[in-house]
Design a protein around this ligand. Sequence first.
Ligand SMILES: C[S@@+](CC[C@H](N)C(=O)[O-])C[C@H]1O[C@@H](n2cnc3c(N)ncnc32)[C@H](O)[C@@H]1O
Length: 272
Amino acid sequence: MDYNLDSPGLVSSLDELSLWSAPFGLKILERINLRPQLHALDIGCGTGFPLLELSMRLGPESKVYGLDPWQAALDRADFKAKEYQINNISFFKGEAENMPFFTGTFDLLVSNNGLNNVRNIEQAMAECYRVARSGAQFVWTMNTDASFAPFYKLFRLALEQNHCTECLSAVDAHIYAKRRPVDEMSKITTHAGFEITMLLHDSFNYRFSNGTAMLSHSFIRLAFMPSWLEIIPPQNRNQILSTLEAFLNELAEKEKGLTMPVPFVVFDCVKP
Ligand SMILES: C[S@@+](CC[C@H](N)C(=O)[O-])C[C@H]1O[C@@H](n2cnc3c(N)ncnc32)[C@H](O)[C@@H]1O
């Protein structure tokens, strides 16, 4: 059964998402310069991470803003903020490409796996630059194009084995759309006007007992499966998914489990 992203029940269960988001977000919380009385913005705050934590770490004298186009997630973040009795957050439904904020508003901008998910990264980055004050810190994370490398190797093999070689370029395009090369992202960041003071590389592993476990995991089904399915013509989906699952299970058998590396980068930047 498909997930309905607008279902309040599903959205209220999404705290699990932080398990995926935490390794990236914790690096943001480590790197930011914490001072009171800041104006801070979380771009693509989703269900409130790291927004809520950021607001509490900066303290009640700071004003913190969350921006995301996903209304159901903003409602959940707002619900949690109320439960936690946090009074210094304002939520905005909107896109990074066209922010509802005045020029030079923010001392601190963060984005945890948000900016790599926007429609137009160049436009979003230009907006980040516009709404930042001179001297503002801007820390953002994304997982790299080498994420889940063993999965993508077997996905390509399953497509080839089922005579869907024309889909192989769609796999490349899918990875490029979500995870552009780090060099390219660096250029977009500096082209917008930011100085990158530190580019940090890190990695964590997403592990499963086998392919069946991986493909039925709720977060895989919610965040990855829809874009994987788009790559395959509808009439071939069942066949290719079964081949892929068998390949993943074989690998898990051989390696005593499936380990999916998630390399990621942290851009620590400043607006000169
Ligand atoms: C991978 S989630 C990260 C959510 C959250 N920051 C976290 O760490 O859990 C990406 C978020 O970016 C949001 N997003 C997608 N397009 C966006 C856009 N154009 N502008 C701002 N946010 C966007 C999504 O709605 C989603 O909440």
